[in-house]
Write a protein that binds this ligand. Sequence first.
Ligand SMILES: [Fe+2]
Ligand SMILES: [Fe+2]
Length: 207
Amino acid sequence: MTNLQDLLLSELRDLYHAESQLVKALPRMAKAASNPDLREAYKNHAETTKMQVERLRKVFDQMGQKAKGQPCEGMQGLIQEGEERMQEAEGALKDVGMLGASERIEQYEISGYESAIMIARMMGLNQVAELLQQTLREEEQTAKRLHSFAKPILKEATKGAAQPQVERVRVQARKRPSRAAGEQAMGRTQAGGPQAGRSNSSRKAGR
Ligand SMILES: [Fe+2]
Ligand SMILES: [Fe+2]
């Protein structure tokens, strides 16, 4: 690698490989998800990801290069972690694990596109930068959407199979006061703490 053009091409080949892997991985994640909103989000993003692969082809075209990937080990590792989360648990607990893995995936893509856009702008390749920017916006929206599922999915998980683990966390939290606040807040929603109490009383008031 001797110049910025080589560096940009290397970044783009990484992204091309990463997106191509995600075209295969996202439908598997959709199939494995229990939460209907999460399943829908994975399905939609699988479709968006196919368009992102097409967009990268356009980028290579604009640079007068053949579209090709080079193994993106970072994304391979993140997808592998997602697969492990799918095997390790069932139901809502599996959703929690997958959500964490997929949020990491989106953040990784965001960083990759930000780097490529920065280099393209530096080189004065404004059309290339604009195409990449479109994908960056999609990744950011997806990251935000996925993150919005965290609370409801975690609540679901504390109701079901995750209960013993949550109990254990609460015992540890009592031993470590500095961490207690956040973990207790999670536990209280299923143990009738202030949050659950508020929602109960507001339900009663509604009747
Ligand atoms: Fe993507
Ligand atoms: Fe993405």
